[in-house]
Design a protein around this ligand. Structure first.
Ligand code: BGC
Length: 748
């Protein structure tokens, strides 16, 4: 007799049940999705129709007025039609304190203190796009609460030289990393009905001479290195505003640049938002009118308070523009295109009746700031497991260095913040390590910063030094908390650093401290790489960035081991300045000769240079240690051959083999060793951050479209795929692969 197989019957029944349940759910979700798409489309059409309607009612004068500032950070509305003003604010890391109507002074409000989020280098170092979204949405909520319609950030200029005073405001040296991190930030901000304004478009890679330097760079480097993050911001992030830059590119100012704005941004990428100048970066009415600028801000700094006539009427896109329109020199259609974009921005922001109300200084925002800060800190060295320090132990720790107590949310230029809370490193440590005795000595003093300038130090350098050495000699451990600060010629807008060294005598001080105590851990607060002549002698090094409101708590999270470090460097630390690509080509390449500069290294920026030239960096891009260990195995691709439209899926197993929970960033770099064209040995093409408990293992996948292997072919002015064999390096830093996979790619 045939026996009935109950298990098979049961599994068949289960499958049928699943189909019956899942199918209608699937159909319903598909239907809901397409209904949503249709309603979005309908809404967009209605908005476009309203824009045309409003345009028809505006006078020439009213339209021109909408294209330029009425104050430092606002543009006028049209009261008779109920069109509101547009209000903007810096910047990438928090909503800036309220600025006076007509000059750069602070308005002195008591209700404009905000949450300071960590600087963008720290965000980039998390390698965590989901966290970037949380950052953007929290920041957008604060901007909304402060009644801002446009937030002037994020910044995605590529880290080309460690001297650039504004690197801390950007997302590192790699175009793929910056693209992956900028898109969720923008979506997060904009979901609040606040426009992000991605900046500074383009090639603003140094502060020195930023107002006039004329950059020459190959088309290939432009498309492969300097534009991708902007492109992602537009095409994937749907950013609503873009800020032009101060500098020139191939002889033309970037804020009204025919090729960059008309051809690429608004043409190739179909950007439908507003191009805003950087503050004072417009130079010519005709060019501003014709070469894509929509809104002029910040021209001149003397506004109404120092002139008798309305200074704003003299802007390039004000009366001189009106004259040209009236005389027919510039057709009205040019103006209408600008106003259409401005109205579109308004329908997305201050004329969107559905936007929320925002929130500010709430616990969730502080939590996001703390998480970004602790996830972004990068452990560079940990000899003999110097870190973490045991919070249950009684010990005497000499905390030496000005940055242990200095405010780092102030200074730096336009990204300066008025933080409601700023927990200093020393304060954070004292709270988390109640059993330890913390002695603190400045050790050195940079002097106070008076908007951008370092004033002479108020203390005698030698007495500070003596005090620090005495303290270090009697402590169990020394924590040197130094680095750069936000003053002029440090990490600060408007100027570059003068060299790669730590300033204010810190190197000498450190070497003297090491003579009296060997147990030294260094915490570097900076947004830039520095030279480290003491690297072999200290026990531990932590790159702790400018970490915002929760800086001290986040530092204590890492140093106590409450949070296992998982940050990875978003840029290379070279040993010396000339080992950096831009600097290795001399003055013509940085800072330029007179006003001319050529990016002679082309596409070989950052680790692309170090890897290709085989110059060992001090610390490589993508590198960062952990308190636990990870093992990556079973690394494979889903196929060996791929066509140009395929996606390569790399799967691997990762195991936390240590005793602490932690996260690792698995990174995939692509190379083509037999390439017929000049190529970097490795280029980052994918990464994934994975959280694992001790002993836990996971299998994971990283998907990379073959189209991302293309290079920019200058002969055809387009992207091209080179067929043949490619290597994929799967590892945890630009110079370290667990496994190398070989695949073949064809053009079909
Ligand atoms: C900076 C911009 C900033 C603007 C307004 C300029 O100096 O370059 O990034 O958004 O000022 O403060």
């Amino acid at each position: 007799m045939k026996r009935i197989d109950h298990t098979r019957w049961l599994s068949g029944f289960r499958m049928l049940l699943a189909v019956l349940i899942v199918c209608p759910l699937f159909v319903r979700s598909q239907r809901a999705q397409s209904e949503k798409q249709e309603s979005n489309l309908r809404q967009m059409k209605e908005i476009e129709a309203s824009i045309e309607d409003i345009l028809g009612q505006l006078t020439l004068e009213e339209k021109v007025a909408m294209c330029h500032a009425q104050s430092k950070f606002s543009t006028p509305g049209v009261a008779r039609l109920g069109i509101p003003e547009i209000w903007m604010s810096d910047g990438p890391h928090g909503v800036r304190g309220e600025i006076n109507w007509d000059n750069w002074g602070y308005a002195g409000w008591t209700n404009d203190s905000i949450t300071a989020f960590p600087a963008l280098t720290c965000l980039a170092a998390t390698f965590n796009p989901a966290l970037s979204h949380a950052y953007g949405s929290s920041l957008g909520e604060e901007a909304r609460y402060r009644k801002k319609d446009v937030l002037l950030g994020p910044g995605v200029n590529i880290y080309r030289t460690p001297l650039n005073g504004r690197n801390f405001e950007y997302m590192g040296e790699d175009p793929f990393l910056a693209s992956e991190m900028v898109v969720p930030y923008i979506k997060g901000v904009q979901q609040n009905g606040v426009a992000a304004c991605v900046k500074h478009f383009a090639l603003n890679n140094q502060e020195k001479w930023r107002n006039y330097v004329d950059v020459k760079v190959s088309d290939r480097a432009l498309h492969e290195i300097y534009l991708p993050a902007f492109k992602a911001a537009v095409e994937k992030g749907n950013v609503w505003a873009v800020m032009g830059s101060y500098n020139k590119f191939r002889g033309q100012y970037c804020s009204h640049h025919e090729f960059l704005i008309n051809t690429i941004l608004k043409g190739d990428w179909a950007f439908d938002g507003v191009v805003i100048t950087d503050w004072g970066s417009a130079h010519d009415t005709r060019e501003a009118a014709l070469y894509g600028l929509d809104m002029e801000m910040g021209t001149g700094t003397d506004g109404l308070t120092t002139t008798l006539t309305n200074a704003y009427d003299n802007y390039y896109l004000a009366n001189p523009f009106l004259e040209m329109l009236k005389s027919g020199e510039v057709p009205e259609e040019v103006l209408d295109d600008k106003v259409r974009r401005i109205l579109r921005l308004m329908f997305r922001t201050n004329m969107n009746p559905d936007r929320g109300m925002g929130r500010m200084n709430n616990q969730e925002h502080l939590d996001v700031a703390r998480k970004v800060a602790s996830e972004g800190m990068v452990l560079l060295k940990n000899q003999g497991r110097f870190f973490p320090l045991d919070p249950d132990k009684e010990m005497t720790v000499a905390v030496i260095g000005e940055n242990a107590t200095r405010s780092m949310t102030q200074g730096g230029g336009s990204s300066e913040l008025k933080a409601r809370v700023e927990v200093s490193p020393l304060e954070g440590l004292r709270q988390r390590f109640p059993k330890a005795t913390f002695l603190h000595s400045l050790g050195y003093s940079s002097g106070p910063s008076v908007y951008g300038r370092v004033e002479p130090a108020p203390y005698d350098a030698d007495s500070l030094r003596q005090e620090a050495l005495a303290m270090a000699s009697k402590a169990d451990k020394v924590l040197f908390i130094g680095g750069l600060n936000k003053s002029h010629l440090q990490d600060c807008e408007g100027g570059d650093r003068e060299n790669l060294r730590l300033p204010f005598g810190q190197d000498n001080l450190l070497s003297e401290i090491l003579k009296v105590n060997k147990n030294v851990g260094v915490v570097l607060i900076s947004g830039n790489a520095v030279r480290m002549p003491w690297v072999d002698e200290v026990q531990g090094i932590l790159q702790a960035w400018y970490a915002g409101s929760m800086a001290g708590h986040a530092l204590a999270d890492i140093l106590s081991g409450d949070v296992n470090p998982s940050g990875k460097l978003p840029f290379t630390f070279p040993e010396t300045l000339v080992e950096n690509a831009a600097h290795s080509f001399g003055e013509a390449s940085y800072p330029g000769i007179k006003k001319d500069q050529e990016y002679k290294e082309g596409i070989f920026v950052g680790y692309r240079w170090h890897e290709t030239q085989k110059i060992k960096p001090l610390f490589p891009f993508g590198f960062g240690l952990s308190y636990t260990d990870f093992k990556v195995s079973q690394v494979k691709t889903n196929a060996e051959k791929y066509g140009s439209n395929d996606t390569v899926t790399i799967s691997f197993k990762i195991e936390n083999t240590g005793v602490r929970a932690g996260a690792e960033v698995v990174q995939v770099y692509m190379g083509k060793p037999d390439s017929k064209i000049a190529r970097p040995t490795r280029e980052l093409k994918g990464f994934q951050k994975l959280d694992l408990k001790p002993g836990e293992s996971q299998t994971a996948e990283i998907r990379i479209p073959v189209s991302s292997f293309r290079y920019y072919n200058e002969d055809i002015s387009d992207w091209a795929l080179e067929p043949g064999d490619y290597s994929l390096y799967v590892g945890n830093a630009s110079d370290h692969a667990y496994s190398t996979l070989e695949i073949a790619v064809s053009r079909d």
